[in-house]
Write a protein that binds this ligand. Structure first.
Ligand SMILES: [Zn+2]
Length: 300
């Protein structure tokens, strides 16, 4: 016999069924235990922001790539160079992938970056690589939206909680084929950069940094939400490449992600990527972080 709430769940009217089991007598005590930040901040290796500031004062632009709306483009950033993603023409969200330029199996690890830093990243935080490498791929050196912080809904900017819009989830929830989701845009961009067939390139596409995207979790049901990005033309986020990077950026079909994505409905704008080289002393003096020294013995 189905409860009314079971039917509501089936109809998609609610996400989570009311509990079947009664709360124990000490439920309030159990809930009141203090929250402890999972990873100690004190032992996380910190970037030398003073050195980075001195390096950026000497930098000059060496390349520029425009990512058209609802498209993806790749770009390379040599070790110890900077790259900057700028909003142009209108508010637009970007989905960023990063790989070690020498070894595509080392790539950005959104989940661990979130666990080490926060759900949303800003200046001084780093984008870490996947296991077994676990080293910083890039450090954020400027973020013109750093003033935003967290709003009354719990929303923040530059999210490492979302994944990337993709045609499989679109098919699951809405049916049909849509080829300009960020997942597909990134797959085509990597395919063009490497010469790999698009289905092979797709296997290297990973969870993104959602540049300029404003997201959070609803207070009552902890569901992932998005709201209109506060980005305006001229806003940018800038990174220092700790190692040589191959990157891809998609100008999300959701535009400012105020209402929809995975369709041609939203107003979309290009994104500008610029690459900067600091003075030779900073490039030649840079020591790239090494891969994790863990033995990989795993107790076997
Ligand atoms: Zn997208």
């Amino acid at each position: 016999m189905l409860r009314d709430t079971d039917r509501d769940l089936q109809k998609g009217l609610i996400m989570r069924l009311p509990p079947v089991y009664p709360a124990p007598a000490d439920a309030a005590q159990r809930r009141a235990r203090p929250a402890v930040v999972c990873y100690p901040v004190e032992t996380l290796p910190q970037p030398d922001m003073g050195w980075l500031e001195r390096a950026r004062e000497t930098m000059g632009k060496i390349d520029e790539v425009i990512v058209p709306p609802r498209e993806g483009r790749s770009f390379s950033v040599p070790e110890a160079h900077f790259f900057r993603i700028t909003s142009v023409e209108g508010p637009q969200v970007g989905d960023l992938n990063l790989w070690n330029a020498e070894d595509l199996s080392e790539r950005f690890f959104s989940g661990k970056t979130r666990a080490l830093h926060a759900t949303h990243v800003s200046t001084g935080m780093r984008l870490w690589s996947n296991l077994p490498h676990l080293r910083p791929l890039a450090t954020i050196t400027r973020d013109t939206l750093d003033w935003y912080g967290f709003d009354a809904d719990g929303g923040g900017v530059h999210d490492v909680i979302g994944t990337r819009c993709d045609p499989y989830t679109h098919r699951l929830l809405s049916g049909g084929e849509y080829h300009h989701c960020c997942h597909s845009n990134l797959s085509r961009a990597l395919s063009q950069a490497t010469g790999m067939p698009v289905r092979e390139a797709e296997m290297h596409v990973h969870d993104v940094l959602n540049v300029f995207m404003c997201t959070g979790f609803t207070r009552d049901t902890s569901q992932y939400f998005m709201k209109a990005s506060p980005v305006r033309p001229g806003d940018f986020i800038e990174f220092f490449a700790e190692i040589g990077l191959l990157s891809a950026l998609s100008a999300c079909p959701g535009g400012d992600c105020s209402a929809t994505h995975s369709s041609d409905a939203a107003a979309c704008y290009p994104l500008k990527v610029e690459i900067f080289r600091p003075a030779n002393e900073f490039v030649s003096g840079w020591k790239a972080p090494t891969r994790s020294a863990y033995s990989r013995a795993h107790g076997a």
